[in-house]
Design a binder for this molecule. Structure first.
Ligand code: ZN
Length: 244
C-alpha cells in the first residue's frame, strides 16, 4: 500500500495539486496539519484534502487558531493578518471539518502529530536535543511531524548509546529507517529550507526501501499573484519564491 504523507499545505492549492499529481498513484493520504493560513485557497485545500482516499489528518497550530483554540495574539503580525483574513473567508462546513481533526493519531507503525509528540500542536522539533526528548513521547517506531517546514529525520542512534542524529533526506532515493525516528516530510505550500519546490514523502509498506522523499515544482508566480489579489500580506507571496 502506498501512503502519501504531506504537511503544511497552508492554503496553497496550486502546490497541493502539483504534489497530488506527482505522487499518484497512492492508496491513502496522511496529512500532518496546517491546511490553512498564509495562502489564498483555504476552502479549496480543505475540500481537496477531505475527499482524498483513506485520508487521516491531524490539526496544526494555524488550524487550531482559526478554531479559537490558540489566541491569535500568539502569532507574529503577518501570520495574524492571514488568520484575520481567514476568519472572514473560511466556510462554516470547512471550519467544522477542521474542528473534527484530532491533535494526534496512531496508525500502524506511525504516530501523527503536527508539532511534536510531547506538545502536538505547538512545539517545534528543530534540533537533536528537542528530538531526543521527544522520542520518549510516542510508542510506535515512527512519529511523523510537520510545523517547521524543514524536511528532516531525527533518528535514535543505537551505536552511540542514546544519541539522536539528524539526517537530511536526498530526494528521489528510496530509503529505510531501522531505529525509532521522527520524520518531517517538509511543507507542500510554504517550504522554508531555501528550496521553493513543494516537499512530501511516500511510504510503501511492501517495498524493501519503504520511504521516498520528493520535491516538485509548481507555478509560484501564479500563487504570488493570487495572494496579493486576495489582500494578504506581501511577505507571504515574496517568501514562496526563495523558500523561507
Ligand atoms: Zn505551518
Amino acid at each position: 500500500m502506498r501512503t502519501l504523507i504531506l504537511s503544511d499545505i497552508h492554503a496553497n492549492l496550486t502546490a497541493l495539486q502539483a504534489v497530488l499529481e506527482d505522487a499518484a498513484p497512492f492508496d491513502r493520504v496522511w496529512c500532518l496539519g496546517d491546511i490553512v493560513g498564509y495562502g489564498p485557497d483555504p476552502n479549496e485545500c480543505i475540500e481537496t484534502i477531505r475527499d482524498l482516499p483513506g485520508i487521516r489528518c491531524v490539526r496544526g497550530n494555524h488550524d487550531a487558531a482559526i478554531l479559537g483554540e490558540i489566541d491569535i495574539a500568539a502569532f507574529n503580525s503577518e501570520a495574524r493578518a492571514s488568520l484575520e483574513w481567514l476568519e472572514t473567508h473560511l466556510l462554516s462546513e470547512n471550519w467544522t471539518w477542521l474542528s473534527e481533526r484530532p491533535e494526534r493519531q496512531t496508525i500502524e507503525n506511525f504516530t501523527l502529530v503536527h508539532g511534536s509528540p510531547r506538545s502536538p500542536v505547538w512545539e517545534y522539533v528543530m534540533d537533536v536535543s528537542t528530538a531526543r526528548d521527544n522520542l520518549a513521547h510516542f510508542d510506535t517506531p515512527y512519529c511523523l511531524i510537520g510545523h517547521t517546514h524543514i524536511p528532516s529525520i531525527f533518528a535514535w542512534d543505537d551505536s552511540a548509546r542514546g544519541s539522536t542524529r539528524l539526517y537530511l533526506m536526498p530526494p528521489d532515493e528510496p530509503f529505510e529507517l531501522d531505529t525509532k525516528s521522527i520524520i518531517n516530510p517538509g511543507s507542500v505550500g510554504q517550504p522554508r529550507d531555501h528550496n521553493p519546490l513543494s516537499s512530501y514523502l511516500l511510504y510503501d509498506d511492501e517495498a524493501d526501501l519503504p520511504f521516498e522523499y520528493r520535491r516538485v515544482p509548481y507555478d509560484v508566480e501564479q500563487v504570488q499573484r493570487r495572494i496579493l489579489e486576495a489582500g494578504l500580506p506581501q511577505r507571504h507571496a515574496a517568501r514562496l519564491r526563495e523558500g523561507w
